[in-house]
Design a protein around this ligand. Structure first.
Ligand code: S3P
Length: 433
């Protein structure tokens, strides 16, 4: 793939039915959890973006044997105990790999070092180092940033109220807790994505979830996970780019098949309801304890701005860049608040997005915890070059913006889309033929 991509108005509406890559969050977890079953697990519809491949290589480095049946299906044979890795464990661009694996590695009987690329090495790790240290973990870091050198040790359980609603923090603690005698409990004020809790239940861990006066809680005890086959649905965070394309490009109608519809991930559908996007959910199912369905979205000429704040934020945190593009084409203002953690993603998504959208011709006010977008239904100016800041979701959001600009948009460093969605351009070609 060349280093940049030019995006421009298509000649006609986007149409067709597509299958998008499988859920990244669940793919990471499928490997990390299966690796702890001590048995054989078949994983179907695995995500082959660079992020999940990083987790795959790490799991292999710890002694798991992985064989591919076809390009989306693998068999993982987990050892009874992990072996000490021979090299540093490279998480690449993936915060999920680093934060979840730090929990799992803290309770092993060897030392391991997690490293990451330039973007990941700038991201905050205090959020996992702090609770793990309370459990007795021995972690050396570069001022709470990667590399993380983890000297495995026997941990003690904790009762921890997380200061942020983060599924990575929650999952990290649960992965340490599942290998620790006693009851480990983590609370959060707002429920973040619950794929770990669902997968632990599916693999028969001793786990309870609920809500009490301290917030949403999950309690886990030392458990032997049971090897069971795991099937993964499509990623709603990847689907979101195509959902928004269909909503804003005139005369479009797209069906995205087999998309994960876990309620902790579907905040974007609530925003569609508020903004007046035309969509339908078809063929609902449950696979490996997760809800799925087909999402049909059609061109929505009457979209209007709305406020997005409070409890919904963790349910759409990764979709905010593409929701910003939707808001740019709506009538009226869209106000995004309570999303300060967007600054800690693959890039500072509030500042980077504001810079990019201003170039594209969007009127946007950057705020400490979000932004305000003043929508423009007459089409955006375009005629600019935008930077992806090592961030796959910004790259794809700008591409979608280019489809409704009056002049082309050049997206530099477009290769970053490979982090989560290497199939993005071929799928776009399929619906624009
Ligand atoms: C993820 C959780 C979210 C999300 C990230 C994936 C996960 O991060 O932004 O892309 O798989 O647990 P936080 O937990 O930091 O909010």
């Amino acid at each position: 793939m060349s280093n940049y991509c030019i995006s421009q108005k298509p000649n006609k509406g986007l149409r067709g039915a597509i299958t998008i890559p499988s859920d990244k969050s669940i793919s990471h977890r499928s490997l990390i959890f299966a690796a702890q079953t001590g048995g054989r697990v078949k994983i179907s519809n695995f995500s082959f973006g660079a992020d999940c491949r990083a987790t795959l290589e790490i799991i292999k480095n710890l002694g798991c044997e992985v064989n591919f049946i076809d390009e989306r299906t693998l068999i993982l044979n987990a050892p009874k105990n992990f072996s000490a890795p021979k090299n540093t464990l490279d998480c690449g661009n993936s915060g999920t790999s680093m934060r979840l694996l730090s929990g799992m590695l803290s309770s092993q009987d060897f030392t391991s070092t997690l490293v990451g690329d330039a973007s990941l090495s700038k991201r905050p790790m205090k959020r996992v180092i702090e609770p793990l240290s309370l459990m007795g973990a021995k972690i050396k870091s570069d001022n709470f940033r990667a590399p993380l050198e983890i000297e495995g040790t026997k941990l003690k359980p904790i009762q921890y109220k997380s200061p942020i609603a983060s599924a990575q923090v929650k999952s990290c603690i649960l992965l340490a807790g599942v290998n620790t005698q006693g009851k480990t409990t983590v609370w959060e004020d707002t429920l973040s994505r619950d794929h770990s809790e669902r997968m632990f239940k599916y693999l028969e861990a001793q786990i309870q979830t609920g809500k009490d006066e301290n917030g949403f809680f999950t309690t886990i005890e030392k458990s032997q996970l049971v090897p069971k086959n795991i099937e993964i649905a499509g990623d709603i965070s990847s689907a979101a780019f195509f959902m928004v394309m269909a909503a804003i490009v005139p005369d479009s109608e797209i069906i995205i098949k087999n998309v994960g519809l876990n309620p902790t991930r579907t905040g974007i559908l609530d925003v569609f309801d508020k903004m007046g996007v035309n969509y339908e959910i078809l063929d609902k199912k449950t696979i490996s304890n997760e809800k799925t369905g087909d999402i049909k979205v059609s061109y929505s000429p009457d979209i209007k701005g709305c406020e997005i704040s409070g409890d919904i934020i963790p349910r759409l945190i990764d979709e905010l860049p593409i929701i910003a593009i939707l808001a740019s084409c709506a009538s009226g203002e869209t106000i995004v608040k309570d999303a300060a953690d967007l600054r800690n993603k693959e890039s500072d998504r509030i500042s980077a997005l504001s810079q990019g959208l201003i170039k594209i011709g969007v009127q946007i006010d950057e705020k400490p915890d979000g932004f305000i977008i003043y929508g423009n239904k007459k089409g955006l100016k375009g005629n600019c070059e935008v930077e992806t800041h090592l961030d796959h979701r910004l790259a794809m959001s700008y591409f979608v913006a280019g489809l409704v600009c009056n002049n082309p948009v050049k997206v530099n460093d477009f290769v970053w889309i490979n982090t989560s969605f290497p199939e993005f351009l071929p799928l776009f070609e399929e619906i624009s033929r």
